[in-house]
Design a protein around this ligand. Structure first.
Ligand code: NAP
Ligand code: G4F
Length: 325
């Protein structure tokens, strides 16, 4: 069988790096879109850099996306690039709309004009459910986004469906609930906690500052979730799928579990709650129903919540020890 080619936008991010590993293991030719930065930010892909091909491009620049599709001639496109941090979407709402909403249309246009037969994956998000209309949330749950990011993701979701219906393109949206890993950005709450706990454990810090400890999320492991992305593009028909563990925990529970991983039972001495870190509008409670994915894709998560927290804390301790040498 001829080698398949995949173009991954957002390859330098958490999911992009795990997905690139998965595609390489499946013998794909992997192309990754990277934007220009003044210093290289290939930390998450440096172990596979010699096995993949990087193409310069930016979600803001139509011509560069069209050129990337021409250069990679992909069978599959995974559109993971976005302004992905919810908190920043209030301070940079227009930029978030440009990247996370219109960026999807630009990618779809590039594909429509150059290779409309390629399969397209859009990184949709459980943030689209926002103020949830039912529990648990499934593919049928109506959206009520609570941030400029969530609103932009709803646009990206619907434009992908629209290109499927208008042009008969193979577009799918994975509505992924929160997924984390040792490669998660330091600004997201799970990594902020695991990194903070590791620092406290190594006596490099005395406390962690956090916002709303009551919010609940359905947290899974990113390595498991990229497998679902790939499975969605292997189906005969394009469709949308919720990917989640079906279990949720509060930020406070994550904190407690992380401190317990280093043998600290009274975490309250090490956490300061700061009002400035609360959001203008919060998503209080997310929990996903991934029955459809489990049935059709035969997908299920492998890493449990407790394993995930331990994995992240352990990795941050090792990282800090390595950096201090
Ligand atoms: P991430 O770590 O923040 O990675 C985002 C990627 O997008 C980075 O590679 C970034 O490049 C790239 N990017 C940002 N703006 C760009 C632009 N203008 N042009 C080209 N590339 C750009 O995010 P992630 O956690 O891997 O998430 C991947 C996707 O899934 C995102 O679309 C996110 O919104 C969505 N999602 C994530 C979750 C989750 O829990 N992780 C859940 C649901 C949906 P730089 O390295 O140059 O910044
Ligand atoms: O880790 P977070 O910043 O992730 P959030 O907002 O749920 O978004 C992530 O998951 C989405 C899927 O649902 C993705 F689409 C999105 O791209 C991103 O990957 O915050 C989680 C919760 C929030 O309720 C927040 O208010 O943690 C709460 N929190 C409390 N203290 C904090 C903090 N969040 C951050 N980032 N930093 C804090 O100090």
């Amino acid at each position: 069988m001829a080698q398949k080619s995949a173009l991954v936008t957002g390859i330098t991010g958490q999911d992009g790096s795990y997905l690139a590993e998965l595609l390489l293991a499946k013998n794909y030719k992997v192309y990754g879109l990277t934007r220009r930065t003044s210093t290289p930010n290939y930390e998450r892909i440096k172990h596979i850099e010699d096995k993949i091909e990087l193409i310069p491009g930016d979600l803001l620049d139509q011509q560069s996306l069209t050129a990337a599709v021409e250069m990679s001639n992909p069978d599959e496109v995974y559109n993971l690039a976005a302004q992905s941090f919810v908190a920043t979407s209030w301070s940079q709402p227009v930029l978030t709309g440009e990247f996370t909403a219109l960026g999807v249309t630009r990618m779809l246009e590039a594909l429509r004009q150059v290779k409309s037969k390629a399969k397209f994956y859009q990184a949709s998000s459980s943030e689209m459910f926002g103020m949830v209309k039912e529990t648990p949330q499934s593919e049928k749950t109506p959206f009520h986004p609570r941030s400029p990011y969530g609103v932009a993701k709803v646009y990206g979701h619907w434009i992908s469906i629209n290109y499927r219906e208008s042009y008969n393109m193979f577009t799918v949206s994975g509505i992924l609930f929160n997924h984390e890993s040792p490669r998660r950005g330091l600004e997201f709450v799970t990594r902020k906690i695991s990194h903070g706990v590791a620092k406290i454990h190594l006596r490099e810090a005395n406390f962690i500052e956090l916002g709303n400890l009551e919010a609940k999320r359905d947290w899974g492991f990113a390595g498991d979730y990229v497998e679902a992305m790939w499975l969605m593009l292997q189906q005969d028909k394009p469709d949308d799928y919720v990917i989640a563990t079906g279990e949720n925990h509060s930020v406070e529970e994550f904190v407690r579990e992380a401190f317990e991983a280093v043998g600290i039972s009274d975490w309250t001495k090490y956490v300061k709650v700061k009002k400035e870190l609360f959001r203008p509008a919060e998503v209080d409670f997310l929990i996903g129903d991934s029955t459809k994915a489990r049935k059709v894709l035969e997908w299920k998560p492998k890493v449990t919540f407790q394993e995930l927290v331990k994995m992240m804390v352990k990795s941050d301790i090792e990282l800090l020890q390595k950096n201090s040498k």
